[in-house]
Design a protein around this ligand. Sequence first.
Ligand code: ZN
Length: 278
Amino acid sequence: MGKALLGVLVALLAPAVAAAQGISRAESWGAVATPAPGPVRIIGSTGLGCIAGAVELPDDGPGWQSVRVSRNRHWGHPAMVAWVQEFAGRARAQGFPDLWIGDLSQPRGGPMTYGHASHQAGIDADIWLDVNPKPRVPAAQRENIPVVSLVLPDGSAVDPARFTDRHAALIRLAAEMPGLDRLLVNPAIKQELCRRHSGQAWLRRVRPWRGHDSHMHIRMSCPAGQPECRGIAPPPPGDGCDATLAWWFSPEARRPSPRPPGPPPQMPAACAAVLGAR
Ligand SMILES: [Zn+2]
């Protein structure tokens, strides 16, 4: 067999081989540079899933600049990409400077080798809580933008020298956007929002989670027409400024949670075709 023909065969077989090697391997998903062909199809959940037909958020536009674009993680369901663009436009109309946009999903979603456990189904986005005026920066120079925590090192509260009304207003703007399922911020940020805005309906969608002291994590509800997308239960009624928030400041919350017994959950089998599609 000629070398050229062998090369073609290897290229043809490579995706199938990668799929067979185990669709739960993050390396497999991280190595694919392009989306699977459409139509758009979300399979599974944000913590264990994938997406075909994803589209890419442009590196910048009115009101936003994506950071660390070399990671190739600014892909998502078209509704997610439109959400980010709409949000950036609304923030801009309210006088906010450009927003730094962190990771969305990989071109086909799936697990990542570093950085996130979720972001697997094209419906998550990280938006930095940086409301300082900023110039237009060439994309290549947005790889190492300093990350500034808004929370004290001991995690007990926001840093009063850093957290402002503008941060609260930006979070509220996101929390009130259509299509949002929930928004994750550090427990200390949620606590501060409760202190300032207790009882307000938008707080229900702002949920505490570890990390997230410099950015908010946007999670959309499963978009319409995606029957294989698995959402999670909506946040309980109320503003969440209650015992569930107080728990995050308990010694128990600071201990790493034990791994649940049994084999790790498997990705939906249909994701093999998404990983291998050409
Ligand atoms: Zn995130």
